[in-house]
Design a protein around this ligand. Structure first.
Ligand SMILES: Cc1cc2nc3c(=O)[nH]c(=O)nc-3n(C[C@H](O)[C@H](O)[C@H](O)COP(=O)(O)OP(=O)(O)OC[C@H]3O[C@@H](n4cnc5c(N)ncnc54)[C@H](O)[C@@H]3O)c2cc1C
Length: 283
């Protein structure tokens, strides 16, 4: 059974690119950059993966034509990572060719821990050829991040640092919030010191304030890093940060396959369930 889109509209900009354009323009008009994400994950057959690559290529071209200030995010499982690693790499490189031609950028989202190693390996391969046109994501809750962060920072990679959104066991990931926050701060320090433009992806006031104070203490300019948040969350805070001179970017998901993303947002915070419940009673 397909659930009605009205449930997801708080967190998902639309079921098509055209429906999402006004939301992207609204954010751009406030000086906030965007990352568009065509939703979906775990493609199991080549036909669907091929179609997905074509849709992403089209998306980069449509963003360019519409004059939007937006890059894109992708998931490697949508490009065929579960089918064959080399096939997935070829698809990623095709997409990055288009990104380079359009002077755009592709961020490889980080998925569950079964995919961490393959994602980092494919990112490193892509980084050698496409440099500033590609970046990836690191999750602070993973134990392995203490080794991954210094290595990626040494490369000067473009990293989005987030806490991590997937349910992982204790042997793989930290489980309690104070420990995850402390890890996040340690990794943010490394990225701020070693990489040209770290992306601080969080809605957490403690981390937002900590990064601002740390940057002042280390005399890092506001343009040295970027705050990133998800569509539908804390827009006023993003506008305030932009007005204060910080670089800001909102991750705007769209598409018909919104359910897994929507479910992760609901599980994250009980307030999100409240938002959805009220959405159901509004037009
Ligand atoms: C731009 C972006 C990209 C992401 N990409 C990935 C990815 O590729 N892979 C991945 O695994 N995860 C990704 N995530 C999700 C991320 O890992 C977390 O699951 C998610 O951001 C929740 O953690 P948090 O730090 O934002 O806040 P939470 O841990 O959910 O909340 C901590 C505290 O922050 C404050 N807070 C949170 N939300 C709000 C709100 N709406 N209003 C007011 N206060 C609030 C509250 O004080 C709350 O107690 C991404 C997140 C962002 C923002």
């Amino acid at each position: 059974m397909k659930l009605p889109f009205v449930l997801a509209k708080r967190f998902v900009a639309g079921e098509s690119f055209d429906q999402s354009i006004p939301k992207v323009r609204h954010l751009n008009d406030h000086g906030i950059k965007v990352t568009l994400d065509l939703l979906g994950e775990n493609v199991k057959d080549r036909e669907t993966a091929d179609r997905t690559v074509e849709s992403y290529i089209q998306l980069i071209e449509n963003i360019h034509t519409a004059g939007l200030d937006s890059t894109i995010s992708i998931k490697l499982t949508m490009l065929g990572l579960d089918i064959d690693r080399n096939y997935c790499r070829d698809n990623l490189f095709r997409l990055l060719d288009t990104a380079r031609t359009n002077d755009s950028f592709v961020r490889i989202d980080m998925e569950g821990s079964d995919y961490t190693q393959a994602t980092i390996d494919l990112f490193k391969e892509a980084f050698k050829t496409y440099g500033t046109h590609v970046g990836t994501v690191i999750q602070a809750y993973l134990h392995r991040t203490k080794d991954d962060i210094p290595e990626l920072a040494e490369l000067g990679a473009d990293i989005r640092l987030c806490k991590g959104a997937y349910s992982e066991p204790e042997r793989i990931a930290l489980q309690n919030m104070p420990a995850i926050r402390e890890a996040y701060k340690e990794y943010a320090k490394i990225l701020l010191e070693k990489t040209p433009h770290p992306r601080i992806a969080t809605h957490d006031d403690e981390l937002l304030e900590w990064v601002q104070e740390y940057a002042i203490e280390k005399k890092l300019g506001k343009s040295r890093f970027e705050f990133q948040m998800l569509y539908g969350l804390r827009e006023e805070t993003m506008i305030e940060l932009t007005e204060q001179g910080y670089n800001t970017r909102v991750y705007v998901p769209y598409g018909t396959m919104w359910f897994p993303y929507f479910k992760r947002r609901l599980l994250e915070r009980k307030e999100n369930i409240f938002f959805v419940a009220t959405t159901m009673f509004k037009k």
